[in-house]
Design a binder for this molecule. Sequence first.
Ligand code: GBH
Length: 476
Amino acid sequence: MSLPSDFLWGFATASYQIEGAVDADGRGPSIWDTFCATKGKIAGEVDGKTACDSYNRTADDIALLRELGAPSYRFSLSWSRIIPKGGRGDPINQAGIDHYVKFVDDLLAVGIVPLITLYHWDLPDELDKRYGGLLNKEEFPLDFENYARVVFKAIPKCKYWITFNEPWCSSILGYSTGYFAPGHTSDRTKSPVGDSSREPWIVGHNFLLAHGRAVKVYRDEFKEKDKGQIGITLNGDYTYPWDPEDPRDVEAANRKIEFAISWFADPIYFGKYPDSMRKQLGDRLPEFTPEELELVRGSNDFYGMNHYTADYVKHGDGNPAPEDFLGDLTTHSYNKNGECIGKETQSFWLRPNPQGFRGLINWLSKRYGYPTIYVTENGTSIKGENDLSPPAILNDTFRVDYYENYVNALAQAVSEDGCNVKGYMAWSLMDNFEWAEGYETRFGSTFVDYDNNQKRTPKKSGEKMKALFDGLIKKA
Ligand code: GBH
């Protein structure tokens, strides 16, 4: 079992989850600042105002990456630091650009390869207020294209670009369940606005168009001279039929992956939405115009894969509700024989199942023709971790096992199954703002002490990562 000599590993974070400094140097608010200020949306009523204070501690974060021996680092940019109001007619904030240019220079100076995500959920709030943000097909893709161009021009040294992180989450959690910003949902006890039966599918379509536009800009104006690659990052669980003998469960297990991943990946690789989605959603799922298809089809240099867990899937009754986004099915932690998918964690949706990682890498590889895959996130929370303090909290053996098992499953997919995975970013470099779960759930390989000036101390899982990869990556 091994990984190729050019395999890239490292850690990942996202701007709103770590940066803090929300008013510094001309940054404008994002939809997450607004969402956090809304009562009842975030556990403990907390926000990202300080988070890990990474905006002010770039040197500490780089020192930490060096201490852990990480050859690469995936992070995201805050759009509203660069263009505070977000739009293509709005002023650019040079201080915001300078911050990220220096950060990339500082990483490269110590030999750490940057992977940049343009958008990890923090839309400039002004765009949401001005024209409905992600829902607006005429404006949003053009504003994203403009922002992307500004960034590509400013940071030619970055060779790995991710347009969007998990558009599924922004679409479904932002516009169906209302669990994430901007909190739209049909459930009027949670939000005065939203149509869960239609808005998520419109938003998903607009993400694809915006992705396609940014990729076209990169390929037409930058790729030849900068020699970088660009792709989108999609999230999805692996699935197993609840009853493997029941063909309806087998089909539903496959359909769940189509509704999560192929929703975006099929248009990008094949130029159409999956038949299963068209069948269930009808005209609520937008159609691509020929010009739109031209933009979207073939728009990935690599596939960005975020992956955490697996589910057992039972078929639905053939009559899904208009709000259904799973694909007429239910998910379960136990199968028909009473076998459990994996141990509990602090996250209700996450139970470790490393073989599912190998399974999903194979599923993607077969469906999309063995594309180059970069795993852009993988990691776990731990049940009750936040109740501990140092030194006990540093001894995160559950996470050590998780990483070891998942990375070994990945290495099997590469060396035994012939899948083309070229990188792996552990989520996360450090404990951070875990969205609606606030600071109660920790995903870090490094402990952040929020009561002691956000002091960072590596956990065992962070310290062991280098040895894990050194043991697998072939010497050049
Ligand atoms: C990642 O998403 C994010 O990219 C990252 O920012 C975050 O910190 C990390 O996970 C840890 O959570 O039951 O309908 O509410 C992971 C993928 C998909 C996990 C949606 C949570 C909840 C589904 N996420 N899922 S639902």
